[in-house]
Design a protein around this ligand. Structure first.
Ligand code: AMP
Ligand code: GLY
Length: 423
């Protein structure tokens, strides 16, 4: 079985690594991949950008790829799945239309509301004055979101009217997010604990992945600016059995059924970002049409079944014949980022990596290889991930390994998993 993974982050390194662990998989290509992918046995990078759909199609045909797995949202929202399917190529991901669940926050909120799936109250605006009046009516804190894809940066939690007004003006008039910000969603500020609930879907059947939690804020104690994610662990202790059932029945099943009955059946990874309050009530914060990054890294450390086979079955509509087996241990990943991320940061710093112990893995994200050296080449650079018998144990292992990474100015949180440890 030959596999093509699209993307270049830590998520894609972890997906490729998981697939390559199985003898049925003869080779994994990653387009464009990173320095870490290239170091793995049976994995090689392909110099094709993840949004160059015609070139990816040509490559998949040339190499007779059995299954393509898409990492990031951008090619999905562009319609890569529709284009591959038209060429008779097997690919796992949602169609262009179904990807709107992530591609447009207004689309997602309207979908949730008309299907009675719990979410924060909201309204959609294109005019500054009307949007500002709504904030005055509802009061602060309140949440302002750019409608389209904004690489995790389009959400502002405004604690004053001034902050809300600035965010609205910035998005609607300042063109800060381009087309993505030509509409804004203004929604209720929710409190509670966040969890990532990720499942595989084949249009009808659902196969849940292990639960997880990530840390989106850059700094310790969940402070500082929002990022793509600074670390994650699996399982998530806040997702109790009762909450799990509530999410599966009241959120995931309802979503999959409604997508089908509305004529846009959902195939792919479906990622519900949830807020769970003290009373155990859940609300959907957002949907992503892909796996999470960095959630993928700890989840893939725990997945014992062949991911490539699961994705192939799902693309054929036979996910009901599959099951996923999980390592009982906890996995925890700490992101090592370039200093300054998510704002401006330096690239090109040399990194020397230690030997990985058996129960740990250093997944690469923004790295390149240059004359035998590994250099930083992005905001999130590595995700040091370890398995342990509980969160504390996996946390200790990951941080012990980080100490042996030689790199002049890395930035990382020192408290990944703290919420899980205290519960
Ligand atoms: P999103 O891209 O919609 O997931 O938002 C990014 C992050 O902003 C989430 O992970 C939350 O931490 C925060 N957030 C988004 N919406 C809300 C909300 N309605 N209330 C509180 N926090 C939110
Ligand atoms: N870790 C959050 C995301 O992938 O969107």
């Amino acid at each position: 079985m030959k596999v093509l993974i699209i993307g270049s982050g830590g998520r894609e390194h972890a997906l490729a690594w998981q697939c390559a662990n199985f003898s049925e998989v003869t080779h994994v290509f990653v387009a464009p991949g990173n320095a870490g992918c290239a170091l793995e046995k049976k994995i090689s990078n392909v110099k094709i950008n993840s949004e160059d759909i015609p070139a990816l199609i040509e490559f998949a045909k040339y190499e007779s790829i059995d299954i393509t797995i898409v990492g990031p949202e951008a090619p999905l929202v562009m319609g890569i799945v529709d284009d591959f399917c038209q060429q008779g190529l097997a690919i796992f991901g949602p169609s262009k239309q179904a990807s709107q669940l992530e591609g447009s926050k207004a689309f997602c909120k309207d979908f949730l509301q008309r299907n009675n799936i719990p979410t924060a109250f909201y309204k959609v605006f294109t005019e500054t004055e009307k949007a500002t009046n709504y904030v005055k009516e509802k009061g602060t804190p309140i949440v302002i979101k750019a409608d389209g894809l904004a690489a995790g940066k389009g959400v502002i939690i405004a604690s004053t009217l001034q902050e809300a007004t600035d965010a609205i003006e910035d998005m609607l008039e300042g063109n800060r997010f381009g087309d993505a910000g030509s509409r804004v969603v203004i929604e209720e500020f929710l409190t509670g604990e966040e969890a990532s609930f990720i499942v595989m879907v084949d249009g009808v059947n659902i196969l849940p992945m292990a639960t997880s939690q990530d840390h989106k804020a850059r700094d310790n104690e969940d402070k500082g600016p929002n990022t793509g994610g600074m670390g994650a662990y699996s399982p998530a202790p806040c997702v109790t059995d009762a909450i799990y059932d509530q999410v599966m029945d009241g959120v995931i099943r309802k979503t999959v059924d409604a997508m089908q009955s509305e004529g846009m059946p959902y195939t792919g990874f479906l990622y519900a970002g949830l807020m769970i309050n003290k009373k155990g009530e859940i609300k959907v914060l957002e949907y992503n049409c892909r796996f999470g990054d960095p959630e993928t890294q700890p989840i893939m450390m725990r997945l014992k079944s062949n991911l490539a086979q699961l994705c192939l079955s799902a693309s054929q509509g036979t996910l009901d014949t599959q099951s996923a087996e999980w390592d009982d241990r906890t996995a925890l990943g700490v992101v090592m980022a370039a200093k300054g991320y998510p704002n401006s940061y330096k690239k090109g710093e040399k990194i020397e990596l230690p030997q990985e112990p058996l129960d740990s893995k250093i997944f690469h994200a923004g790295t390149i290889e240059n004359q035998g050296n590994i250099l930083s080449n992005g905001g999130r650079v590595l995700c040091v991930t370890s398995l342990g018998y509980d969160i504390k144990d996996s946390q200790k292992k990951a941080y012990d390994l980080i100490k042996n990474v030689k790199w002049q100015t890395p930035y990382y949180r020192t408290d990944i998993g703290f919420k899980g440890v205290s519960t």
